[in-house]
Design a protein around this ligand. Structure first.
Ligand code: HEC
Length: 144
């Protein structure tokens, strides 16, 4: 009985865009990744991991791994709900891809600033479309 209730809660929550409505993801009692992982959600997790690696590389004065082609998939990846991919989403995704691209052409000395501009574009889209992971994304910002 209790289990069934919990299960239907989880199903209901994913139906309304679970990832985007939860304020935090690391509570021990919550399921970290509900089973319906959309292409976009999987891509976002990769974007998060690669951002951390990128920040590390830039901090060490190394060339960050080129993820530009890979992350163009943001424009086509299927989201949990079709309604997430609005024209505004596409416009903000293109902004993100532009600031990402600029990281590779910016001189090393200014790269960390450019990296922060990219994280800012992550946050701009999330403020508008998917506030759930905002706290998590803000932590990706590099301190000067
Ligand atoms: C153009 C809008 C947009 C941009 C730019 C964007 N996101 Fe997202 N993000 C979304 C949407 C919409 C979802 C929900 C995806 C879904 O549920 O299908 C999401 C989901 C996520 C999630 C949760 C994934 C999960 O289900 O566990 C994380 C973490 C995330 N984004 C991090 C980032 C990071 C880091 C960046 C920048 C490197 C970024 N996002 C840029 C719109 C965006």
């Amino acid at each position: 009985m209790k289990k069934t209730f919990l299960l239907s809660l989880i199903i209901f929550a994913s139906a309304i865009g679970y990832q985007c409505t939860r304020p935090a993801q690391n509570t021990a009692t919550t399921v970290k990744y509900p089973n319906q992982d959309s292409e976009l959600a999987l891509l976002m997790r990769e974007m998060e991991t690669e951002s951390i690696a990128m920040r590390e590389a830039i901090a060490k004065g190394q060339e960050p791994k080129d993820v530009r082609t890979r992350f163009e998939a943001i424009l086509t990846a299927k989201s949990t709900e079709a309604s997430m991919k609005t024209p505004a989403f596409q416009a903000m995704a293109k902004n993100y891809l532009k600031t990402l691209d600029a990281i590779y052409t910016t001189p090393q000395a200014e790269r960390m600033e450019q990296y922060n501009l990219m994280i800012n574009d992550c946050m701009n889209c999330h403020k508008a479309q998917c506030p759930g992971p905002l706290v998590r994304i803000k932590k990706l910002t590099a301190q000067k």
